[in-house]
Every structure is written in C-alpha cells, then in structure tokens.
Write a protein that binds this ligand. Structure first.
Ligand code: IMP
Ligand code: MG
Length: 178
C-alpha cells in the first residue's frame, strides 16, 4: 500500500491540529445553541469522529448515506441511508470530507432544508475549488487543496485507502490497474 502513495499532502499531525482548531471554533460559535452534527458516509466518518471529540460541549450526531453518480448523471445523488432522527428546529452542521463540484452538498442541503432545521451550516475538511459548478456557502474549511484526486482519512479510491491517517495522492499506476 505504501508504494501506491505518490505524495503526502497533509500529514496526520497537521490534520489533528487543524481539526482541533475547527472544533474549538465550532464550540464557540454554537455557544447557547444545540448542535447536531450530520456526516455524509462514508467519506466524512473519520473527520466526524475526530472533530466531535474536539468540540467540548454537548452535541448529538447522525449519519446520512449517499451514493453519487459521475458522467452524464453527475450531480445525481441517491440517499442510501436516511437520517435516524428528525432535524426540525435543530441547529445542523453538515460534516463533509471534500467539496469538489459542490453538486453533492447542494443536493444534501436542499434535501435537509425541506426538513426545516433551525439552521444549516457546512463544515468540510477539504475544499478543492477548481471544478466548482454550484456555489456553496461553506462556513468551516479545514484545508484548500491542489487540483488532484486525494485519498486517506476517510477518502477512498474504489473503496480503498480510507484508513490512511493522512491525505495523499496516488501513483498513476494505481489508476491504470483499474
Ligand atoms: P462533488 O459533488 O463534486 O462536490 O463531490 C463530492 C464528493 O465526491 C465527495 O463527498 C467525495 O465523496 C467524492 N470525492 C470528490 N473528490 C474526491 C477525491 O479527491 N477523493 C475521494 N473522493 C472524492
Ligand atoms: Mg463525501
């Protein structure tokens, strides 16, 4: 697996420090309000569990499962696992792994807004702004990354590499393997 990695863009220590500072900011911003974290599976899971532990205040959380399609159907998103709990009247913070075109988050946002949360805010670990199709207001961004496909810390290529403790690019060889 090590030989599949081209470059480590964000090492584990840097991720940890940034996640902690986001957590502190979120705790402060939500002072006096309830806080309900919603992550998008599976990419956001690692970020969510680390982030939640740095938010030193009561909170609740839930997971949304989606699958998105590329190509012609780009931006078409299907819910594969809905939320367990109602979000009506709650202050929801979406915790995402990465925002690329913005289509996925735009869909999720629309879908959740119908359920009438008190507020709906977005936190993404990574922002890659070069292919943005829908403009999305993101309140919390961990890192803005270069225009390259990345894996690790929840992000996958064909289901693999999610468990890497850092964010990295893959060797072109990996994509050729199919
Ligand atoms: P968007 O709809 O184009 O913004 O794409 C967002 C989704 O595509 C993310 O939530 C990821 O699940 C996936 N994705 C986008 N870029 C990458 C990447 O570089 N590595 C792994 N997954 C990615
Ligand atoms: Mg995602």
């Amino acid at each position: 697996m090590d030989s599949d990695i081209a470059e480590i863009l964000i090492p584990a220590a840097k991720l940890k420090a940034r996640v902690r500072s986001l957590g502190r900011r979120i705790a402060k911003d939500y002072e006096g309000r309830d806080l309900h974290l919603i992550t998008v599976m599976k990419g956001g899971l690692f970020f969510l569990t680390d982030l939640a532990r740095t938010i030193e205040r009561p909170l609740s959380l839930d997971c949304l499962g989606i699958s998105s399609y590329g190509g012609q159907a780009q931006g078409t998103v299907r819910i594969t696992k809905d939320l367990d709990d109602s979000i009506e009247g709650r202050n929801v913070l979406i915790v995402e792994d990465i925002i690329d075109t913005g289509l996925t988050l735009a869909y999720i946002r629309r879908n959740l807004l119908v359920r009438q949360p008190a507020s709906l805010t977005i936190c993404t670990l990574l922002d890659r702004p070069y292919r943005r199709i829908v403009d999305i207001d993101v309140a919390y961004v961990g890192f803005t990354i270069p225009d390259a496909f990345v894996v690790g810390y929840g992000l996958d290529w064909k289901g693999q590499y999610r468990n890497l403790p850092y964010i990295a690019t893959l060797n072109p060889e990996v994509y050729r393997r199919g």
